[in-house]
Design a protein around this ligand. Sequence first.
Ligand SMILES: Nc1ncnc2c1ncn2[C@@H]1O[C@H](COP(=O)(O)OP(=O)(O)O)[C@@H](O)[C@H]1O
Ligand SMILES: [Mg+2]
Length: 521
Amino acid sequence: MSTLRDLAEEHTALRPADIDHLHRIAGDWQLLSDLSFADLLLWVPVDGDGTFLCVAQVRPTTAPTAYLDDQVGRIVGGAEVAHLEVAYRQGRIWREGDPVWYGDVPARHEAIPVRLRTGDGEAGEVIAVVGRDTNLSTARTPSQLELNYLTTADDLAQMIADGTFPPPRHPGETTSAPRVGDGLVRLDANGKVTYASPNAQSAYRRLGYASHLVGEDLAKLHRRLAGDPLEGTDAGNAVLAALRGEAPPRREIDARGATMLTRALPLMPAGVPIGALVLVRDITEVRRRDRALITKDATIREIHHRVKNNLQTVAALLRLQARRVSMPEARVALEESVRRVASIALVHETLSMSSDEAVEFDGIVDRVASAATEVAATEVSVGMRRRGTFGVLPAEIATSLVMVLNELLLNAVEHGFPPADEEAAVPPPVDAARPEVVVSAHRARKQLHVTVTDNGRGLPEQFDAERGGNLGLQIVRALVTGELRGTIELRNGADGGTEAAIVVPLARGTTDRLTGRAGPL
Ligand SMILES: Nc1ncnc2c1ncn2[C@@H]1O[C@H](COP(=O)(O)OP(=O)(O)O)[C@@H](O)[C@H]1O
Ligand SMILES: [Mg+2]
């Protein structure tokens, strides 16, 4: 389906600023449709040939539609659009026709010219026409509510013709809420309530206001009701601003455990401020759910914090035990376990500080890497470098990957650069490069590519790169092919040393939250 912009660009000579204004109308006209109990169609003149093109349509939520079929994209000329032509040429609201029939639905036609005000506030030219078409088949003597809605609708229709509706949008306000059905209050020029819909009355009641709203000074009432005086001042000032003809931002009022969202709109047909329209919505439940989500977040963070503490306790106990055993092999095994447990604790520590189940992984790698250098033989100093970035990883990938990297980094330091006496037969060449381990990471096609490279003595001869190794490499293979659903390859590096290459698929929808970009870097 074509968008308003596509249609207008294809068929008309409207300028970008005109099309922007039509977008603003389509963003806010549900209000007019609901107050009018009518369908609204946005018509633009097709260049030069006296026909009109429908670029947008909205149906009332308060009444039956006059059009069961979608009208967008229709191009119509002749008698059917004669009323649009009048509104367009003469720049006035047209409402003098007899009912027309769509199939077996009787409807009343009206046409409202759309003006775009110029930069200096002068009423500009007519750029389009809003057709207001009411399904008459259920029409009956209007109630008090309906009369009030219709009067207000006529004021807004005049403001569309003047170019003063819709009001400019405030940054960050994307929804058109609250809607007419949520609750509507009409004020006179002095700010006194002349009408309040039953839902509006109920919303104020929840804030603690028990009497009838009609006759109340609404700005004063907002100040009085709000639990927080600052909030009350804001909500009161919003009403006063609308009475002056300005369009204030939406405001919330909290009182007695209830929350109400308010939107005040100026009513100034023909440029004369005659009062304001205040739409209100009881959003207590929405806010309660927001708060529940925030507490849930905090709870999850607290749990990660406790898991981290518990893992650190386990690591400390193992360390104590390692100091007490005399068998060297047992001591080494216990010390390895300490490092494995500590590396998992690192992930939980990071998770306990973030607001979602994902971690910025580079910081974790750097900490594991610098811990690994500490196991180097006393006479060797191993340099550690990270190239590229891991970005933000989901918790489940991070926990497995940190263990894998821990093993690979320890191996590189331990086995790549063994203490000199083990190597006594072959003294290191004089011009040997400085011992170095490089971790590099990059993303491509929704996969994370990681390599751990050292410039040490390389894998032992006859080492089975597929299956060989002890517990460390077993853990690595099990995690990479199991939890991470990835692949690992161990090989001798191009210029000596050892290289471990891992490829891990990133779940669909994993975004790099650091750069805000989705998918491959
Ligand atoms: N980066 C490396 N450089 C040289 N040899 C390595 C390297 N990584 C692993 N190895 C070899 O693989 C063996 C198995 O490693 P691993 O399974 O981690 O057990 P461990 O580290 O306890 O010996 C090591 O003993 C070593 O011989
Ligand atoms: Mg090992």
